[in-house]
Design a protein around this ligand. Structure first.
Ligand SMILES: NC(=O)c1ccc[n+]([C@@H]2O[C@H](COP(=O)([O-])OP(=O)(O)OC[C@H]3O[C@@H](n4cnc5c(N)ncnc54)[C@H](O)[C@@H]3O)[C@@H](O)[C@H]2O)c1
Length: 383
């Protein structure tokens, strides 16, 4: 068995736990959360014996092979670094760190210590997204020339919606570029098979002052009537639009917005080629649309039988049974643990997995977005 620990049992920590508990050959043996009471509740529910408020308690435990870091952004650097130095294989939440310098150090440390790393850019693991990427690589839409899209949410619509993501000390220099822009950019680069090299960004803060509840607020939690609030000036963006240049002359644009009423997690990606177009939307994630000029457009539904053979393994249910967010995360974790099993057996592994190198590149793009926005000019990605 591969023994795993999870740090952070907030919103995404529980999603990790749900996926890990289904994974063959893997067992979760320890949980850590500075909110010990909450971690104890989940440890009991998931029957995990070891629970601590301080992840350092298990750093030197050689029986723990891999650790998932599900803490807020400002802790990713310190915790990931400590884990790598302690010889753990690390699957981290995104963004990899608060800035590109930290992310680069993590990537270099992982390489020095020869550790397997992964970063949870989960949306690329929907079977229809893998299929889109395979079609681009097979030349089925011709040469990609442009990309369009968006990532919309509405959980921060009201001025009484508050989250740690608005504070620089927790998020770094941008909220939306790092929080949801990083997901869209990972998807776009993965499907277009090309890296973003230059950006022109316009970030906005629609509510410059928000009302923070004096009680504890959990991510995505519903507001409760009768709460007391304090006014807080907002340091970071809650929305924006970015023009991008990819390698090979591909150009594109995307909008990020956490105040788009009714759009819960709407991720839109459209990739245009010289022969055909591809479109995917997270509201109907099983579907891949292929647009053609001289014949009828095509709608494909995820299917282990009908997809490109190298992507069929991601469609884990018989055709017609839709997969979802937990399944995409399970697919990413499977890639990570399959590779780990091979490495532990002394065999080479080259997983189809976003790793700390990708996490570093994303942070370099986020920095370019912030520089472009502040200086009102195109900014090159320095990586
Ligand atoms: N990949 C995705 O789709 C996805 C989705 C949501 C969040 N995320 C990422 O996951 C991370 C966590 O986000 P969230 O929404 O779950 O936040 P959250 O606030 O719901 O949970 C964070 C948890 O970390 C715990 N924590 C804080 N300090 C700690 C410490 N020193 N040691 C141990 N635990 C500590 C908190 O008590 C809390 O339980 C963020 O980096 C976010 O960007 C990724």
């Amino acid at each position: 068995m591969i023994n795993v620990a999870v740090i952070g049992t907030g919103y995404i920590g529980k999603v990790h736990l749900d996926a890990l508990l289904q994974m063959p050959g893997v067992q979760v043996v320890a949980l850590a959360d500075s909110n010990l009471e909450m971690a104890q509740v989940y440890a009991k529910r998931y029957r995990i014996e070891r629970v601590t408020a301080d992840y350092r308690d298990f750093l030197n435990d050689g029986s723990i092979h891999a650790v998932h870091n599900c803490t807020p952004n400002h802790l990713h650097y310190d915790i990931n670094l400590a884990l790598l130095r302690a010889g753990k294989e690390v699957l981290s939440e995104k963004p990899l760190a608060l800035n590109a310098a930290q992310a680069r150090e993590l990537w270099q440390t992982a390489r020095q210590h020869d550790r397997l790393t992964g970063i949870d850019f989960c949306y690329r693991y929907y079977p229809a997204v893998q299929e889109a990427a395979a079609r681009v690589r097979a030349g089925e839409i011709g040469r990609v020339h442009s990309v369009f899209g968006a990532f919309f949410q509405d959980w921060l619509l009201y001025e009484t919606d508050y989250n740690w993501r608005f504070e620089k000390r927790f998020s770094g220099e941008s909220n939306t570029a790092a929080d949801i822009g990083s997901h869209w950019m990972d998807l776009a680069q993965f499907v277009a098979n090309s890296r973003i090299v230059e950006v022109m960004a316009d970030l906005h803060t629609i509510h410059p002052v928000r009302k923070r509840s004096k009680g504890a607020v959990l991510t995505f939690a519903k507001q409760v009537a009768g709460q007391e609030y304090e006014e807080v000036p907002i340091e970071l963006d809650d929305s924006g639009v970015v023009m991008v240049h990819f390698e090979n002359g591909i150009f594109g644009t995307f909008m990020i917005n956490q105040l788009a009423a009714g759009r819960k997690v709407t991720i839109d990606l459209q990739v245009f080629g010289t022969q055909a177009s591809l479109a995917w939307n997270h509201e109907k994630p099983s579907i891949l649309w292929m647009g053609q000029r001289d014949k009828a457009n095509e709608v494909s539904i995820e299917s282990p039988l009908l997809q490109h053979p190298e992507t069929a393994r991601y469609a884990r249910l018989p055709s017609g049974h839709p997969m979802g967010y937990h399944d995409a995360i399970y697919n990413l974790f499977s890639e990570f643990y399959d590779a780990l099993e091979l490495r532990q057996a002394g065999k080479p592994a080259s997983p189809n997995l976003p790793d700390f190198g990708d996490g570093y590149y994303e942070m370099a793009i986020v920095e370019a977005i912030v520089a472009s926005h502040r200086q009102k000019r195109w900014a090159k990605v320095e990586a």
